[in-house]
Structures are given as C-alpha cells and as structure tokens.
Write a protein that binds this ligand. Sequence first.
Ligand SMILES: [Zn+2]
Length: 126
Amino acid sequence: MAPGIYSDRHLANDLKQLYSYACQICETVLEIPGGIRFASVAHIRGLELPHSGPDTLSNMLCLCPNHQALFKFGSITIEDDLRVIDQTDGEEIGVLLVRHDIDLEHIRYHREHHKFGHQKLRDQLS
Ligand SMILES: [Zn+2]
C-alpha cells in the first residue's frame, strides 16, 4: 500500500468497520433510521498545526461524538495502560477498547498537550 493513495476517509471507514461503529471509550453505537450506524474518528495527535500528527490508523480512535469532542479538547486523556481519565475530576472512566495498533507516542503527546491546571494545583497540594 503506497502512502498517500488511501484518503483519510477510507482509513476512517476501515476503523469504524473494525469497531462496528462502537465508541472505544463507552462502546455506544449510534443508530440512525434505516439501520445506518454513526461514529466519529478522532486523530489522537491532531493533523493540524502545530501538532502535525500523521494520517494513519495508529493515530486514530473510533469514538461517539461526545467522546470525540471531549478527547479533542483534552477533557479526557488516555494512560499508557489504556485507562481513560476524565481530566475534569481526575476519575478513571474505563479502559479503552482496542482492536487496532495504537501508537503510544501519540497517546502520550495528546496527554502531555492537555495537562490541565487543576492537576498541577492538586500535585502542589498533595
Ligand atoms: Zn463514547
């Protein structure tokens, strides 16, 4: 497979199929009339500047629209052991459902990039 031949849309569709349109965080499957399923694909390390993440499956997650938005804004982050953390209260939401190779470097990048102030404050207090 030569790079650049397969567009983002192809990869995104492959990923959605792999998870049967289930969110990797909450496993919700959204169905719209006509038996059509709906899911969002999030790039772990954003494609846009300054992140310049790669457009590859190892940099993608299949998520429901709620978790896609929360992940994009860093309200949820993922640990190296794939536990999903809610950054608004520091609580663990669950463990990421994984059926494809995810590059932990991207997971770390996302986590480092979205460290919220409250966490630093809590570290100071503890
Ligand atoms: Zn979800």
